[in-house]
Design a protein around this ligand. Sequence first.
Ligand code: SF4
Length: 355
Amino acid sequence: MQPEQLMLFEIAPDFRDHKKYRDGIFKTKAQLKEELRQLGRDRIYHVLSFGGGTQSAHLLEQHLQGLIHYDYIIFSDTGAEPQFIHEQVTWWQHRQRACGNTTPFLITHHSSMERGLEEMLMRYIHTDYQRFQMPVYCSTLDPVTGEIKAAGMMPRQCTVDFKIIPVKQAARRAVMELNGLEYRQQMPENIGFIIDIGFSYDEIRRINTSQSPQFKYMRLAYPLAEENLSTADSIRFLEDNGFPTRRSRCYLCPFNCDGARDIGMDWDEIIEAEPLSFLKACWFDTELRRVQRSGSKIMRSIPYLHYSRRPLVEVFAAEYARISAAYRVELAEWVSSWEAAIQEKWNQDELLIRA
Ligand code: SF4
């Protein structure tokens, strides 16, 4: 059979056939609205969790075209996005204005670590802070044979802690203010929220709940998965319209791949676009293993930012040599300014490991 004939028989994806939908983990927006209404929460605020990349930009454009209603567009700054993602966020703010759309566009961050993932990592490295929130690749050392073995990944808690929860908190704060209430007061019993997350159909495995664990009156919806759209569909849509197409992520994200596993977000792009950020990632990668060796951390595995479980400075040896020579001063300034900031903010009660 010819490939064209095979394509005729290709089955179009349908979220209703997926186990996550059949098991009630992923629900449609209509189902979520109905759930809230049945609880008496019929004043529903619709929020877009905007990541600055491709899929949530697709949703934002649908909003600008009048196809989806949002009361708030909220971007949570993880403190480690590359500059080109901040530029894309600004680009979309300009486009929103050019379209005459006035939906509040809020920028928020983690509630106690305002400088985001860099702050979490610096705190982890410089103090006895133990909560490690990034999906690093791990190895373990066999104490008998001395053999180093691959040992899975740490959970991807940073997406929840540094992106999704800050968006929910910002939405809650905005609606409380709108209703003349303080943040700590109780949410009126007739108010509910639906927060749209830009997971595509091909990312449906990432959907773990439609109910916010933090706020009982908030539900999480996944409109792109509900439209059976893939990540590639969103990128094609943005390309066809001449919109920016960089994928959103942090510059040090372990899900950055290299050419061999290219999924549109890779280390090469960071090396080329933001060499200093690449150096910072190398610094974190090396320091995390140094701190593990000190024995002061609960985490026992040996962490790596690169999926090969090799140091970044080895994987990209030639690039590292070239860039580190060019940015030595800037890197040293960044390290020492962070040391001072962590000392001032977090070392009141926490032990300084480096000392
Ligand atoms: S892009 Fe990567 S490092 Fe950043 S929040 Fe998401 S999973 Fe974590």
